[in-house]
Each structure stands twice: as structure tokens, then as C-alpha cells.
Design a protein around this ligand. Structure first.
Ligand code: MUC
Ligand code: MG
Length: 367
């Protein structure tokens, strides 16, 4: 169970079509596969997606911080020493997805070593999650057609609509088009990625009052401190904090300050160890959580699935697990499947996937 090496392998897989949102755009999954190799020959895997517009990380910075700081910090530890590994990694500030990937790769190696699925090691609450799909910026008819296709093909009935453009009327028109196309029974919610001001957000919510939104996320920046609290106070659906809460301390601060009423939990940035902290913290304080997506590939989505299925509080709502559908290919030997709107946890030890060595060889950037 002793860690002998930690590898950071950059790879790039193109998207079939770009995903666009208020804070950025993704055309290619230029991610980093992090591998924890143990003395028993076990390899634990996880994925770090660089999101410079959210956390300041790049593919090169993730490779460098894993190789130069985190690998030396955890090599020689047991895969059971996750808290010690965490204590060593947090000496380096920032770099959330790099830390998270090392943490999750250690859990994967632990599960594989003892022959147990990680979702059971984490809590073992259920065996699958309902899936929610994220619809990126486009014209109203294009976004409505995409959602309709995703519902027809995968049975998904929950959609996160990217908003935050100016003028707000464009996004208001999108939401109306989606509701008209999909009917009253489909869940619709918004994510602004900080694109609007608090007053623009309030204006949009007023105009959308009859559309039936289940929640809204990061409509305006949390750094607009008073404006954000003013908006959250007036909002009559849960207001989800996502990029404003990358750590358990941020979750506490934002919830107690009244800057959010629910939390998007992303294993890509808090791994399994800090995601557990956040889930327990949110449960203790009485705030709902939803499993978010960092525009993960299938490795990252399998991690989010394993964590979401582990606890009651994280499996309550549809989880954002389907961004990988926009990618031209992926790294797994057995692709993830969404059937009747649901993704079942993967059988087998660890997180429940194997990396296809041929695909990794083909897509890695350090050949
Ligand atoms: C999301 O929920 O915001 C887009 C930017 C980011 O940080 O995450 C994605 C999805
Ligand atoms: Mg978000």
C-alpha cells in the first residue's frame, strides 16, 4: 500500500463542439491524468481539469505542481495516510484540482488494493444517480433542440442553463424557449458564472418568475459582497455557490454571510477527502448540496458519480455528470453510460474504471 510514485500525464481530447459560458469556453479537454502507483503494483487514477478562469490552474501548472511538490510530499506514505497527504499538500496554497486528483487517486488505489468500490468506502448510500445536463451558450432554438435531443437519447429530464450574457433578454429568451420545448415536467435551473451584476440578476429573475426554475447558481460575483447578499435575500429558490466556495472554509463563510443558500460540490476541486468535509458541514448547517461538474472527462465524472452515490445528501438531486458527452473520445476501457436519465455506479474495486492504455498513448501530450 506504500506510494512509490505519483505521475502527472497531460493529455488532450478535442470537443465535438465547444461549451461556452459566462466565464470561459472549452474546446479541448487538455486535462492531466494523475496516477498513484503503489508497492503492490496498484495504480490509482484521477483527472485534474485546468480551469484558469476559475482557479488559475493550467495544464502545465498542474503537471509542475504534482511533479515538483505533491509527488515528493506523498511518496513513501501509505494510501491510507490521506489526511497526512492532505496536510502536506495544503502547505502549498491554491492548486485545487491538482490536490484533488492526488487525493482521489489515493482513494482509487486504496479501493483497488482492498478489492472494494470507493463509493462504499465513502459511505455506500446508493447505487446510482439521476443525471443533469448542462446546456452552453447558443441561440435559443439551438439550446432548446440540444436539450430535447439529450432527453430523447438519454432520458435526462434535468437541465442546467448557462446564463450571464448581456443583454439579459437573450438569456431570458433561452429559458422561455427551453420551457416551451421541454414542457412543465422538466427541471430547469440557471448558472450565471458571475456574468451579471446583482441588479441584472434580479431583473432576469423577475422576468423569469413564471418559467419555474428550481435553483440558480453564481448569477453575480460573491465579491460584490453587499449586492450578492441583497440578491440572495430576494431570491425565492435556492441560490447555489459554486466557484465562490472552493474550500470548506469558503463554504462556511459564504453560507454564514448569507451569500448563498446551497452548495455545488465538485470532486474535481475538493477530491473525496475535502468533499466529505463539505458534505458533512453543509448537512450540519442545513444547506443543500448538488453534485456539480468541472467540465470533467469520464475519469472525473466517474469520481463525481462515486462520491455522489456515497451519501444521502449528495444523491438527492440530479448530478451534473454528462459534460463528457461533448467530447470526441475518452480514456476509459468501458465508457460511462446514461440510461433512462440515470448513471449507475461502476461495479468493481476502486472508483470503478480502467484507463485504456492505447487511448492514453494516443492522447497524451508528453509523448
Ligand atoms: C459550472 O458549474 O460552472 C464552468 C466553469 C466552471 O468553473 O465550472 C463549469 C461548470
Ligand atoms: Mg457553476
Amino acid at each position: 500500500m506504500q506510494i512509490e510514485a505519483v505521475r502527472a500525464i497531460p493529455f488532450s481530447i478535442p470537443y465535438k463542439k465547444p461549451l461556452r459560458f459566462a466565464s470561459g469556453q472549452v474546446d479541448v479537454a487538455d486535462h492531466v491524468l494523475v496516477q498513484v502507483v503503489t508497492s503492490d503494483g496498484v495504480v490509482g487514477n484521477a483527472e485534474a481539469p485546468p480551469r484558469p478562469y476559475t482557479y488559475g490552474e493550467t495544464q502545465a501548472s498542474i503537471v509542475a505542481v504534482v511533479r515538483d511538490l505533491f509527488a515528493p510530499a506523498v511518496t513513501g506514505l501509505s494510501v491510507l495516510d490521506r489526511e497526512l497527504a492532505r496536510a502536506r499538500m495544503v502547505r502549498t496554497v491554491g492548486n485545487p484540482t491538482a490536490k484533488a486528483a492526488v487525493d482521489m487517486a489515493m482513494w482509487d488505489a486504496w479501493g483497488k488494493t482492498v478489492g472494494q468500490p470507493v463509493h462504499r468506502l465513502l459511505g455506500g448510500f446508493t447505487d446510482g444517480l439521476q443525471v443533469s445536463h448542462m446546456v452552453g451558450f447558443d441561440d435559443p432554438d439551438v439550446m432548446a433542440a440540444e436539450a430535447a435531443r439529450i432527453r430523447a437519447e438519454f432520458g435526462i429530464t434535468s437541465f442546467k442553463v448557462k446564463v450571464g450574457r448581456r443583454p439579459i433578454h437573450d438569456d431570458v429568451a433561452v429559458c422561455r424557449a427551453l420551457r416551451e420545448e421541454l414542457g412543465p415536467d422538466v427541471e430547469l435551473y440557471l448558472d450565471g458564472n458571475r456574468g451579471w451584476t446583482s441588479s441584472e440578476s434580479a431583473d432576469a429573475l423577475r422576468r423569469l418568475a413564471d418559467v419555474g426554475l428550481s435553483r440558480v447558481e453564481e448569477l453575480c460575483p460573491a465579491d460584490d459582497v453587499l449586492g450578492r447578499r441583497w440578491l440572495v435575500e430576494r431570491c425565492d429558490v435556492p441560490f447555489v455557490a459554486d466557484e465562490s466556495v472552493p474550500t470548506p472554509a469558503d463554504v462556511t463563510r459564504e453560507l454564514l454571510a448569507g451569500s448563498a443558500t446551497a452548495i455545488s460540490l465538485k470532486t474535481a476541486r475538493t477530491g473525496f477527502s475535502d468533499s466529505l468535509r463539505i458534505a458533512y458541514l453543509a448537512e450540519g448547517i442545513g444547506a443543500e448540496v448538488v453534485i456539480g461538474n468541472q467540465i470533467d472527462g469520464q475519469v472525473g465524472s466517474a469520481c463525481a458519480l462515486a462520491f455522489g452515490a456515497a451519501l444521502r445528501s449528495t444523491s438527492r438531486y440530479a448530478a451534473e455528470l454528462s459534460n463528457f458527452l461533448d467530447m470526441a473520445d475518452d480514456l476509459l476501457t468501458e465508457p460511462l453510460r446514461i440510461e433512462r436519465g440515470r448513471m449507475a455506479v461502476r461495479p468493481g474495486a476502486g472508483i470503478g474504471f480502467e484507463v485504456d492504455e492505447d487511448k492514453l498513448r494516443h492522447y497524451r501530450d508528453d509523448r
